[in-house]
Design a protein. Structure first.
Lengths: 463, 374, 377
């Protein structure tokens, strides 16, 4: 066996993980003060921002080719981007499962919804049709407004059956969608002349406006996934833990089936159903991947550290105790589920514009276990663990194993998926609580002392 | 103060019979009426075709029931979704394949007793093969339990779930290697010949190359075998769990592990036993599945496993009659949707039914309501 | 701050080392991307076996232009992400300039975009989706070729054969919506069959993981068509044909090259027809030598995937020989002008880099697969 290959690929994993630890360390620096004249200024926030910027530049530089040589090859670049979208998906799932205790297998469904929505918007935009952006944009915003209004109406009602409120929300969202489609029909012809075709880009579908549309597309895709998760989660979250898991698994399969039939049953011929959607502009650069990932990480960290986050975690620890402390358990579950799906949707948007091709096969329920494996492996309820595990997992499975097995013989690549479950098994047996347990690092570390978890008493009791 | 009193005034309690409470029910009733309408319309239009579809759905449902039994047993005792169950099922099918193809075990009765009744010979041969598969699968399952689940009994439940996924991947992809089962889609040789009959003005045998008259209902001896095997398995399990000592121990373990241990029950042994029983049914299911759908591959356990698991959940996971009923519903749902609603959307509709059933009965049809945490 | 410095140094050293890892090939590296895991590993194994056989034969002859061929095998799982990673790995880490693969169109499409951007020649042995060689705007991807028919051709041939030779008036389609190969063939068959005056009496879909086709077959029995078009792989055909026999359906099944395998259940599918690239009975030396060599090496007769992988690999090597240099731009030009006598027929490329070759129609009988007719494009 080639020792250097082995070494290099392991060093790569370590380096990537170390990079994030460095990043979070810089972001977590506090209390840096500077003496200017007589006054003392707290410049730690500047240090933090500067640190993030340096962190961004470091990888950007490594990706920049000098002649034919770059420190990170396209291979590493691909792994990096996949890991970035995986971080978003897995963090979302960790919020739902790790922090809130709702066993969900539906994360890949929302990931897929996000990917296809964002891809459809930019695909249409590139081909001179602004309807995708307008309809989804108006639809999601209007949908959010309608949902808020209905919520306001419902807060004053007691003992409302959950199915009834679901029906109201459903009717409201469908109406919002219909309005959005009509609005799209009205507005789109006014904008379309400014868009060229794919071969001759017009004023609005190249360069800066294109990237702006991409940004909007990803955000709207995330919000759309969140709204779907709201509608789905509202009735389903009332189920018990494993039943909820199965219902979400069912959701993943429903979404998969819809993707396969997107050109025949759903009215989206450009998605081409099972044949796969081609021609998605590859707009994801390191800047965007990094930006969205950081947005997700910072948002999630702030949620976890707020009182909302503490109520989310208290629901996981003990629902009855949480309820008696005045926490609306159903509300908290729904919120974490919606936010988790929002992250998945954003991750999907980033992924779609990295790979440039979407096929339902990439969102099958079997691959849907990947984020679950990652968060358990990294440690439930640990953001640091999830981020480490996402990168470690992709760089190990797709990087290290490929590089090593490829060197051994022409038969060896068949062993990749034999070694992977063995590694998984061994690691789980050695560290059942996950790589990092619930330890956090640097910026992600909580100010409050974490709840002392006495070796999962709850789990054993119910088992 | 004023705001509070205003808020209190506007609070409205929805009574169970008010319009708002009925909106949700209307939605469900609408869906149910639509489904009934579609079924009734087709039943009237072509009654024999409908009967044929119901029969096909039964066959599928009985196969799912065999696999679902194993899932529900294991879940009932250790609350673990045993993802490796579908792969034990696959191993069972492969063992029987090797027994038929290379050992020729299915013909031993004829070899030993040349003038035996051919039906009896077939029955004996098939039973031998099933027993062999069962023995190997039980050994495999107990090994898996010892290696991958037992060390994690006090760890969080999810850790065991991940090892279950790991074991499942391992069995699938290790089986793919050339020297194990190979990756091929292997045509399976049945231990007995299939015979088909059709019902139209009495029962007739289907002959090769002759088109059956339109409007007839066909069924085969395999269907009969599956029904008999599933019903026997079901009865046996009921007897085991309700009447025997080990069954009582199993129920005690399922109810409260520490107390069961205090009562002198060897919990570890009971759990291993449960895994063994589950694997035996998986093996039986695997052999019958391969006989019914004679093409085997190492990934064959994934989807039947998933469907059977969903069936178990539908019926109320942990409940043995529940698994049976859930599987029958799942079989009918699949066949009837693809027959009368839409084939491309079949899975989506089958899983939507699952979600709707769970919304009405949150712990499945036969499931006990979840206990509040003390 | 100190630890940060150490970290950044470590990082740079690591990536420098990683970048320098793969350098200076003294040989000709050719990669095969095959789904060795994922949903269809058996196709991956066949593809890899066909590829390795061709490599071995060329190396025995003294290599390509005197260079020893070094095969690189990667698992691409028939799924976009792993396929992209595998392609990036062989291009960037191994320094490969020639790729054979992927099998599935949904994996070949993203790979083709990467290969074309990197100027790496890719010949997909079996991906039938037109989008593999042509991008969303209808522009041919310069470096991407394929060795198989595209969907419309096989569908057309099948429809023509059904309507003219079998005299079928009605046909029933069974389609796997999630499989672009099946879907493409079925659509092409539908268009051609209707144009030839036939009627499609029903179209039903299943999924690749289905084992029970009784609901669909009940509809088939009810519609009583002249032929059933099921252009899927042999595993589905085995199950569906068997269940059809059990239901007393006697209408023949028809399909495409996915049927070609020793694991096709000839008893169940007896009476069926399928379009293929060649017949194993064909006396041409290419066919006979290949079948003999493959059987000697792997102990089984080759299926369509192994044959096409073998052809694609030979095609690549012949093009490199004709180009006279390990230079992808020249090889690309050579491929565009090539006339290649392969096992699966004589291959020439059209403007969209699809091969122009004749199709063979084979008949399945209980004693094996027999030659029926040749249809020229």
């Amino acid at each position: 066996m080639d020792i250097t290959t082995l070494l290099i690929s392991f060093v790569k994993i370590v380096a990537v993980v170390a990079y994030f630890y460095g990043l979070f360390w810089v972001m977590g620096i506090k209390g840096k003060k500077i003496q200017l004249g007589k006054k003392e200024f707290d410049i730690s926030i500047l240090v933090n921002i500067f640190g993030v910027f340096i962190g961004f530049l470091l990888i950007q530089l490594a990706l920049t080719p000098f002649g034919s040589f770059s420190i990170l090859t396209n291979f590493d670049r691909g792994l990096l981007f996949q890991a970035c979208s995986m971080v978003m998906v897995a963090l979302g799932l960790n919020l739902i499962y790790g922090f809130n205790g709702q066993f969900s297998l539906g994360q890949y469904g929302f990931y897929g919804i996000g990917a296809y929505t964002a891809a459809d918007i930019t695909y249409r935009w590139v081909n001179g049709d602004s309807r995708g952006l307008i309809v989804v944009g108006i639809g999601t915003i209007l949908g959010a407004v309608v949902i808020m209004l209905i919520r306001k109406f419902l807060t004053n009602l007691r003992r409302m059956p959950v199915l009834s409120s679901f029906t109201l929300y459903l009717i409201g969202s469908v109406l919002a969608g219909v309005v959005a489609v009509f609005a799209g029909k009205l507005i789109a012809p006014a904008i379309n002349p400014f868009l060229g075709s794919a071969l001759q880009p017009g004023l609005l579908n190249q360069q800066v406006p294109m990237y702006f549309v991409f940004f909007l597309a990803v955000i709207f895709a995330g919000i759309f996934a969140a709204e779907v998760s709201f509608l789905f989660g509202l009735p389903v979250l009332s189920l018990g833990s494993d039943y909820f898991g199965i219902a979400t698994l069912g959701f993943t399969i429903v979404v998969y089936t819809l993707m396969v039939n997107s050109d025949t049953i759903l009215p989206f011929p450009e998605m081409k159903g099972g044949r796969g959607m081609i021609g998605i502009p590859k707009l994801t650069t390191w800047f965007w991947a990094f930006l969205f990932m950081m947005l997700v990480i910072i948002t999630m960290r702030n949620i976890i550290r707020s009182s909302t986050g503490r109520s989310i975690m208290s629901v996981r620890e003990d629902e009855i105790a949480a309820r008696s402390m005045g926490i609306d358990v159903a509300e908290t579950k729904l919120m974490s589920f919606v936010i988790g799906s929002l992250f998945a949707g954003i991750g999907g948007g980033v992924y779609a514009h990295y790979i440039g091709f979407l096929s339902p096969g990439a969102f099958d329920f079997l691959v849907g276990f990947n984020p679950l494996i990652i968060i358990v492996f990294g440690g439930l309820g640990s953001m640091t663990g999830t981020i480490t595990a996402s990168f470690g997992w992709i760089f190990f499975l797709e990087g290290t194993l490929r590089e090593i097995l490829g060197k051994i013989s022409t038969e060896a690549p068949s062993w990749r998926y034999v070694l992977y479950p063995l590694t998984l098994l061994l690691l789980m047996l050695v560290r059942p609580q996950g790589l990092l347990g619930s330890v956090e690092w640097g910026y992600l570390k909580s100010k409050v002392i974490p709840l002392r978890k006495s070796k999962n008493t709850d789990e054993v009791k119910s088992a | 103060m004023q705001t509070i009193s205003q808020k209190q005034k506007s609070i409205h309690i929805v009574t169970p019979n008010s319009f708002l409470a009925w909106i949700g029910k209307f939605l469900l009733i609408l869906i149910a009426l639509f489904a009934l309408f579609v079924l009734a319309k087709n039943l009237i239009a072509k009654p024999t075709l409908f009967a044929q579809n119901v029969l096909d759905g039964l066959k599928l449902g009985f196969v799912y029931a065999l696999i679902a039994l194993g899932y529900t047993m294991v879940y009932g005792i250790v609350k673990l979704i045993n993802f490796a169950h579908g792969d034990v099922f696959m191993v069972g099918a492969f063992v029987s394949f090797f027994a038929v193809e290379f050992l020729g075990l299915h013909v031993w009765p004829i070899a030993v007793f040349p003038d035996i009744n051919p039906l009896l010979a077939n029955v004996l041969g098939t039973i031998t093969i099933i027993l062999l598969s069962m023995v190997i699968c039980v050994l495999l399952a107990i090994t898996i339990e010892r290696v991958a689940y037992k060390p994690l009994r006090d760890a969080p439940r999810i850790a065991a779930l991940i090892t279950a996924i790991g074991v499942s991947f391992f069995l699938e992809y290790f089986g793919l290697l050339e020297f194990v089962f190979s990756a091929r889609f292997i045509p399976y040789k049945r231990p007995f010949e299939e015979m088909t009959w059709y019902i139209k003005d009495g029962i007739h045998q289907v002959e090769a190359g002759v088109t059956t008259p339109p409007g007839s209902i066909t069924f085969s001896n395999i269907f009969v075998v599956i029904v008999i095997a599933t019903v026997l398995a079901q009865l046996f399990l009921q007897y085991l769990v309700r009447r025997t000592k080990i069954g009582i121990a199993m129920r005690a373990t399922s109810f409260d592990k520490p107390t069961a241990r205090l009562m002198g029950i060897n919990v570890d042994q009971v759990i291993s036993f449960t895994f063994g029983i589950g694997a035996a049914f998986a093996a039986l299911g695997g052999v019958l599945f391969a006989i019914a759908y004679p093409s085997i591959k190492t990934l064959m356990g994934v989807y039947p496993g998933l469907k059977a698991f969903v069936a178990a959940v539908l019926g109320g996971i942990g409940s043995i009659p529940g698994a049976f009923v859930g599987a029958l519903i799942m079989g009918q749902a699949e066949i009837l949707t693809s027959a009368y609603v839409s084939t491309p959307m079949r899975d989506a509709i089958a899983f939507s039914i699952l979600i709707i059933v769970l919304l009405i009965r949150p712990t499945g049809i036969f499931g006990e309501p979840e206990k509040e945490k003390a | 701050m100190k630890s940060l410095k150490i970290l950044s140094i470590l990082l740079i050293v690591a990536f420098l080392a990683a970048g320098c890892g793969a350098k200076a090939p003294a040989e000709l590296k050719v990669a095969v991307l095959a789904p060795l895991s994922g949903p269809v590993p058996t196709f991956g194994n066949s593809t890899r076996d066909g590829f390795l056989l061709a490599v071995e034969e060329w190396n025995a002859k003294g290599g390509v232009l005197g260079m020893t061929v070094v095969p690189v095998v990667e698992d691409s799982q028939c799924t976009p992400d792993p396929a992209v990673n595998a392609a990036n790995k062989v291009i960037n880490q191994d320094g490969v300039h020639y790729i054979i693969g992927e099998v599935c169109s949904k994996a070949s499409i993203p790979v083709s975009e990467i290969a074309n951007a990197a100027g790496v020649i890719q010949i997909s042995p079996t991906s039938t989706n037109p989008s593999v060689t042509v991008d969303a705007n209808g522009v041919t991807k310069g470096y991407i070729f394929r060795a198989c028919f595209i969907d419309p051709f096989q569908g057309l041939v099948g429809a023509k054969f059904a309507a003219e030779n079998l005299g079928a008036k009605t046909a029933f389609l069974m389609v796997d919506q999630a499989n672009d190969y099946v879907k493409g063939l079925a659509e092409a068959f539908k268009t051609s069959f209707t144009a030839l005056g036939g009627t499609i009496v029903g179209e039903e879909s299943y999924t690749a993981n289905d084992t029970d086709f009784s609901a669909i077959l009940a509809k088939v029995a009810d519609a009583n068509p002249d032929v059933i078009y099921l252009p899927d792989y042999y595993n589905i055909v085995n199950l569906a044909a068997k269940q059809a026999k059990e239901k007393g359906i006697t209408a023949p099944f028809m399909g495409g090259d996915g049927w070609d395998s020793t694991d096709l259940d000839v008893v169940a599918a007896a009476g069926g027809y399928f379009t293929n690239h060649y017949s194993a009975e064909d006396p041409r030396p290419e066919v006979q030598n290949f079948v003999a060599a493959y059987t000697a090496k792997y102990g089984s007769t080759p299926d369509a995937l192994a044959t096409l992988a073998y052809d694609a690999t030979n095609l690549m090597f012949q093009a490199i020989t004709e180009a006279g240099a390990d230079d992808t731009a020249k090889v690309k030009a050579a491929l565009e002008a090539i006339t290649f006598n392969g096992v699966s027929g004589t291959i020439k490329f059209d403007a969209s880099h699809n091969p122009i070759k004749s199709a063979t129609i084979l008949k399945v009988t209980a004693d094996g697969v027999k030659f029926e007719a040749v249809v020229n494009p």
